[in-house]
Structures are given as structure tokens and as C-alpha cells.
Design a protein around this ligand. Structure first.
Ligand SMILES: Cc1cc2nc3c(=O)[nH]c(=O)nc-3n(C[C@H](O)[C@H](O)[C@H](O)COP(=O)(O)OP(=O)(O)OC[C@H]3O[C@@H](n4cnc5c(N)ncnc54)[C@H](O)[C@@H]3O)c2cc1C
Length: 403
């Protein structure tokens, strides 16, 4: 069976792995991208390295993805530089101009792009369309070898090259293996890097609705009884819901019929956008905090959910992942004379990412606890009320949301 040698092999072609591959390929590095399963969108004319038949799946169509992301302006700029953002249908991107956050008593805070002097706070996109755009950009560039569908059987860590044996018997060699293989990362496990998974005992229920009233680009978020309900605006009179709630309640919500779910979500959102009509079946995802002891080892680096897991209340998971991809690519570019797997370069990447990741984990974890504790009700609502009257604090919150 064949053996191919690359400077970097990335395992996992989700949004973060695909973006990292695109960026590294553009730096002129030899890069392979290994993905277990083709995404559920079709890439017309695309010829993966391993397979000579086009990937199967669906062309993004008129239906709305249940998986929606609030992309920060910093991530948007990164995706623009990669030429992926421009490949998305502008009619399917919704800028967020305002965020209305309400506590469970009298507290409320409004963040406004106009007041903060920025064009928008975030852009709402469908996961499948962004994935499609990234893979199209990979195809157009043509300088990343995509192995899909392909699974890793085993890894022999070594210097200067690590050997990855694929399930089909072929071998890839790499100076640097990048684990972009998600929260249950096998690369992390194979590298022996410790991680702590703390379940929140909650699930995020996601579903899309048509709404009776225009949202005017406003994202709504309510904190009540330990739950967090978010309505993100979609183009037209539509919204995407993420309801973080106790797992048993999440199961009940998912089991409701369309009319009952729409009625429950409408009532929980204080009827802010009129009548709701379910567009996509509801789905639930378990929520957990994942802390990884170290995100690098000689010849190995983790990015995206493989490197950290955060509560989705701030909608920042994939943005943190894009930040990892950008930082790793920049670090390798700054140390062109070193081998890609040089642990000193990788440690510089790890140091650069430690602060933003820990800050986001502390913020989301802290907010989750603040809003789950009945004794803290007065404090959190008063805090929001005060914060809403402090323009510098609001500007700082906008900066945090945009980074
Ligand atoms: C309910 C909910 C709502 C969310 N909302 C938001 C939001 O609004 N904004 C936001 O920024 N984030 C949000 N997130 C977080 C976001 O979903 C993740 O942070 C993001 O998808 C991580 O991307 P990734 O590419 O790192 O990992 P994944 O998307 O998990 O991709 C990993 C890839 O690796 C592949 N893979 C795995 N193992 C192997 C292997 N052995 N060999 C080959 N390939 C492999 C998988 O097939 C997959 O394609 C939300 C999360 C939840 C649960």
C-alpha cells in the first residue's frame, strides 16, 4: 500500500479543520486532510484524492440547517481572507445588529452595533453552507490532499515524522499532526493528553421557526430558572432557537409535536416575535465543559473542540476554533525555518491560545452558575441593570462578543 509524506496532516475536516487546511495550504506547506465521513452537502465535480467518484450527499437547498452559528467579525475576516466567506449566498447570511439579554426578574441589557460604532455584532450562518463554502475553496485551491472517507487505524509518534496508518492500509507521514477531530478527539487520546469533561446536566435544544413579526436583526436571550433561551435571527422572518435546559426537559421539548413546541417556545420568549411555526425538527445536544491539560506535544497540536469545549450560551465554540486555526497557521508562518512539529513553536501557539480559551470558559461557566443559583437572582438582575447604564462596560461586552 502507498505511503505519502506531508509537512502537516490534519485529522478532522469539520469547520475548524477545513479552515486550518485551507490556510496552511495557502502558506505553501504540503498538507493532507483526513475526514471520516463526507459532510452532508455535495461538492459538484470534487475529486477527493482517495476516491475517484464524487462525494455523495445533498446540495444545500432551500431547507434551513438546524445547526446555526453566530460568527464573530474576527472569524468572518479570517474566512474572508481564506476566500470561503465570499462563496456563501449573501441571502442566507443574517447580520446581528442588536442583542437583547433579559434576566429572570427585572434585569436586562441591550448591546447595539450602532451605539458601539460597528456595522454588526455577529453574522448568523448555517453550518452546512459554511462547510460547503470551505470545501469549495479547498477544491478551488487544489493544494490540500483530501482523504475522505478515511479513518485512522493507528499512529506511531516519532521525530522527525509521525506515521498515520489509515484503515485502508495506506500510510501518511507528517512532521505535524493536527487533531481537529472534535470533542471526542482520538488524536488527543492517542497522544496521551489528559482532559476533564464536566457535564452541565443540560442539553441544547435547537430548532428553526418562521416568526410572525420582523426581528430586525435582533438576537434575544433570556435567562430563567437555570435555563438559557436564545433566539438568533435568520434571513426573512425566521429564527433559530438554542434552548439550554435540564436534559429531561430537553427530551420533553424534542418529543413535542410541532404546534406544541412552537407554542412553548413562543411563551418562553414572551411572545416577542408573534406566532411561531416550526421549520425544522428539534434536536438536542449534551452540553459539557472540556478542559484539556495541554493542547500540544512534540509533532502534535489540537485545535477546535478537540482542544476545548465551552457552554454554547455565548455562541463562541466555533469562533474559538477559528482563532486556534489562525494562531497555529500564523505561528508556523513566523517560524518557517523550524520544522512544523518543533515543540517550541507549538508551545508558542499553546501560550497564545491559553488566555482567550480560559477567559471564554470562565465567562460561560461563571454565567451558567450565576444564572442557575436562585440565591444569586438579585445580584445577577441588578448587575445587568447597572451594566445596561454603563456605556464603557457595554462597549467592553461588545468587544468581547466580536473577538
Ligand atoms: C447546541 C449547540 C449550539 C452551538 N452553537 C454555537 C454557535 O452559535 N456559535 C459557535 O461558535 N459555536 C456553537 N457551538 C459549538 C460548535 O458546534 C463547535 O464548537 C464546532 O462545531 C467545533 O468544530 P470542530 O471543527 O472543532 O469540530 P467538529 O465539528 O466536531 O468536527 C470534527 C470533525 O472530525 C471528524 N473526525 C472525528 N474523528 C475522526 C477520525 N478519527 N478520523 C477522521 N475524521 C474524524 C468528524 O467527522 C468531524 O467532521 C454550539 C454547540 C452546541 C452543542
Amino acid at each position: 500500500m502507498s505511503s505519502e509524506r506531508y509537512q502537516v496532516v490534519i485529522v478532522g475536516a469539520g469547520l475548524v479543520g477545513a479552515a486550518a487546511a485551507l490556510a496552511l495550504g495557502r502558506q505553501g506547506l504540503t498538507v493532507a486532510l483526513v475526514e471520516r465521513q463526507p459532510p452532508d452537502t455535495t461538492f459538484h465535480g470534487f475529486q477527493p484524492v482517495e476516491s475517484r467518484t464524487p462525494l455523495v450527499g445533498q446540495v444545500p437547498d432551500e431547507t434551513w440547517d438546524t445547526r446555526i452559528y453566530a460568527i464573530s467579525p474576527a472569524s468572518q475576516r479570517f474566512l474572508e481572507r481564506l476566500g470561503a466567506w465570499q462563496r456563501m449566498d449573501a441571502g442566507r447570511i443574517q447580520p446581528v445588529f442588536r442583542m437583547d439579554v433579559a434576566g429572570d426578574r427585572f434585569g436586562a441589557i441591550r448591546l447595539d452595533a450602532y451605539e458601539a460604532g460597528v456595522s454588526h455584532l455577529a453574522a448568523i450562518v448555517e453550518a452546512g453552507r459554511l462547510q460547503h463554502a470551505l470545501w469549495q475553496a479547498l477544491q478551488a485551491d487544489g493544494n490540500v490532499a483530501l482523504h475522505c472517507p478515511a479513518d485512522i487505524d493507528s499512529i506511531q509518534w516519532g521525530e522527525p515524522h509521525t506515521q498515520l496508518s489509515l484503515a485502508d492500509g495506506s500510510t501518511l507521514e507528517a512532521e505535524l499532526v493536527v487533531g481537529a477531530d472534535g470533542a471526542a478527539s482520538r488524536i488527543r487520546e492517542w497522544a496521551g493528553l489528559g482532559s476533564t469533561l464536566t457535564p452541565y446536566g443540560q442539553s441544547g435544544v435547537v430548532a428553526n421557526f418562521a416568526c410572525g413579526m420582523p426581528h430586525r436583526g435582533t438576537a434575544f436571550q433570556w435567562f430563567f430558572d437555570g435555563d438559557i433561551l436564545a433566539w438568533l435571527p435568520l434571513p426573512g422572518n425566521r429564527l433559530s432557537m438554542v434552548w439550554s435546559t435540564q436534559t429531561a426537559h430537553a427530551d420533553e421539548l424534542v418529543a413535542l409535536d410541532a404546534a406544541a413546541l412552537a407554542g412553548t417556545v413562543r411563551a418562553a420568549g414572551h411572545d416577542r416575535l408573534g406566532e411561531l411555526q416550526l421549520l425544522t425538527p428539534a434536536a438536542a445536544f449534551p452540553l459539557r465543559l472540556i478542559r484539556v491539560d495541554s493542547v500540544v506535544a512534540p509533532g502534535m497540536a489540537l485545535i477546535g473542540d478537540a482542544a476545548h469545549g465551552v457552554h454554547p450560551l455565548a455562541g463562541q465554540g466555533v469562533n474559538l476554533g477559528f482563532g486556534d486555526a489562525e494562531a497555529l497557521v500564523d505561528m508556523l508562518a513566523q517560524h518557517r525555518q523550524a520544522r512544523c512539529g518543533d515543540v517550541r513553536v507549538l508551545q508558542a501557539y499553546a501560550r497564545q491560545r491559553a488566555e482567550p480559551v480560559q477567559r471564554m470558559q470562565a465567562l460561560t461557566h461563571g454565567l451558567h452558575h450565576l444564572f442557575s443559583d436562585e440565591r444569586a437572582a438579585w445580584l445577577r438582575n441588578a448587575g445587568m441593570k447597572v451594566a445596561d447604564r454603563l456605556p464603557p462596560l457595554k462597549a467592553a461586552l461588545v468587544r468581547e462578543a466580536m473577538s
